[in-house]
Write a protein that binds this ligand. Structure first.
Ligand code: KG4
Ligand code: ZN
Length: 353
C-alpha cells in the first residue's frame, strides 16, 4: 500500500511517499528556518503563510523523487495534531482536497506517535511492548507502547522541552537558531567537565523531566549575576566576554547535563518491574539527531541488550515519512478518518494516572 504523507505542524513543510509503512520512496522537506531565524523562534503567522506557499511545490517534488503520480497513491496521511493550529490546518485542508479528488481514504496521524515510528522506517517492524522516548523542540517524554498505536505517556517535562532548552542555551552562547545543532557541533570540541551544571533528577519515583534549572544555571554561569536597574534586568557580562574555547566548554558541559538527565529517566523506566517485558526502545524527535545522545543511547541499549530504534538522520527532525509510515499501521489497527477530520493543538496521547 502506497501512502502520501503531509506534515505541517510547525516550521517544516514536508511530503513523503512510503510503501507498506516501512519503505520510504521519497522524503521531501522545505525548511522555514531562514524565515524564523531573525526572531530566534517560530512565528506562527509566518509559518502558516509559508506552508500555503510551499505545500504544492513540496508535494510535486515528493512525487517526482518517488517516481510516481497521484493516481499511484492509495491513501493520504496528514499530521493533524499536536502543533500550531494555523500550520496544521494548511496540511489538513490539502490532505482533504487530495483525498476527495482522488477518492481515496484520509488518515489523521498524531505527530508524537509518528516520531516514535521514525526508527522503524527503512528497517523492519519493531517488537512490542516497547518503551518510547520523544525528544524534540516541543516535547520531552517517555512512553509505554503496546503497539504502534496503543501508547501511554509515563513521563513528561514539567517545564521546558529539551530542544527548547537547547535553543535558549544557544541564545545565551550567542549561537544561531535553531540552537541544537550549533551547540552539538561546539560541544564535540569542548571539555564537558569544565562546569558542573545541574543534572535534573527530580524525586526518585518520577519519570518526569525538568530542564529550566539547567538553562538558568548556564545563563548565570555565562552572564554572571543579574543586576536590577529600575524595571530592567541586566547582567555583569554577555557571551562576548568568553573566547571560542571557553564557549565550547560551556556547550559541552550543558550537553553532558542535558543528555545525562534523559539517561537517568530511561534507566528508571526500564528498571520498573511493569516494564520488564520491554526489549525495544523507540526514539524520535529533533534532539535524537544529537551526537552525544545517540552515543549514550547506543551504549545503554548494548548494556541492556535492547533493540534500539534510533531514526536515520533524515527522520529525526520533523518529516512526513514518519506520518505516512505510521498511517499504514493506523489503517490496520483503527481504520481511516473521513472528510470531517480536524486539526488540534493537543496530542491524542493519554497520560497514565
Ligand atoms: O522534532 P523537531 O524537528 O520539531 C519539534 O517537533 O519540536 O525538533 C526540533 C528541535 C529544535 O529544538 C532543535 O534545536 C533540536 O530539535 N535539534 C537538536 C539537534 N538537532 C536538532 N538538539 C540537539 N542536538 C542536535 N543535533
Ligand atoms: Zn516533531
Amino acid at each position: 500500500m502506497r501512502i502520501l504523507g503531509i506534515e505541517s505542524s510547525c516550521d517544516e513543510t514536508a511530503c513523503a511517499i512510503v510503501d507498506d509503512g516501512l519503505r520510504v520512496r521519497s522524503n521531501t522537506i522545505a525548511s522555514q528556518h531562514d524565515l524564523h531565524e531573525q526572531y530566534r523562534g517560530v512565528v506562527p503567522e509566518i509559518a502558516s503563510r509559508a506552508h500555503v506557499e510551499r505545500l504544492i511545490p513540496t508535494l510535486r517534488a515528493s512525487l517526482r523523487d518517488a517516481d510516481c503520480v497521484l493516481e499511484d497513491i492509495d491513501a493520504i496521511a496528514v499530521g493533524n495534531r499536536p502543533g500550531l493550529i494555523g500550520s496544521l490546518l494548511v496540511g489538513v485542508a490539502a490532505a482533504k482536497a487530495l483525498a476527495l479528488s482522488l477518492n481515496i481514504p484520509i488518515v489523521g496521524v498524531d505527530h508524537i506517535h509518528a516520531h516514535l515510528w521514525a526508527g522503524a522506517l527503512d528497517t523492519d517492524d519493531p517488537d512490542f511492548p516497547a518503551l518510547g522516548l520523544v525528544v524534540s523542540g516541543g516535547h520531552t517524554a517517555i512512553f509505554r507502547c503496546e503497539s504502534p498505536m496503543r501508547i501511554t505517556r509515563i513521563g513528561t517535562t514539567i517545564d521546558d522541552a529539551i530542544g527548547e532548552a537547547y535553543d535558549k542555551a544557544a541564545v545565551v552562547l550567542g549561537l544561531p537558531y535553531p540552537g541544537g545543532p550549533a551547540i552539538d557541533r561546539m560541544a564535540q570540541q569542548g571539555d564537558d567537565r569544565a562546569h558542573q551544571l545541574p543534572i535534573s533528577r527530580l524525586d526518585p519515583e518520577t519519570l518526569n523531566f525538568s530542564f529550566s534549572g539547567l538553562k538558568t544555571a548556564l545563563l548565570y554561569a555565562v552572564r554572571g549575576k543579574p543586576v536590577r536597574t529600575g524595571k530592567a534586568t541586566t547582567f555583569e557580562r554577555d557571551h562576548t566576554f568568553w573566547n571560542e574555547a571557553q564557549l565550547r566548554d560551556f556547550a559541552a558541559s550543558f550537553q553532558r547535563a542535558a543528555v545525562e538527565a534523559i539517561l537517568i529517566k530511561l534507566r528508571r523506566a526500564f528498571g520498573r518491574t511493569e516494564n520488564a517485558d520491554c526489549r525495544t526502545l523507540l526514539v524520535g524527535g529533533g534532539v535524537s539527531a544529537n551526537s552525544r545522545l545517540r552515543q549514550s543511547l547506543t551504549d545503554f541499549a548494548t548494556e541492556r541488550n535492547l533493540d534500539l530504534r534510533l531514526p536515520a538522520m533524515p527522520y529525526c527532525l520533523d518529516n512526513a515519512a514518519m506520518i505516512a509510515g505510521l498511517a499504514h499501521r493506523q489503517l490496520t489497527e483503527s481504520g481511516h478518518d473521513d472528510l470531517t477530520l480536524n486539526a488540534s493543538p493537543n496530542s491524542i496521547m493519554q497520560a497514565s494516572a
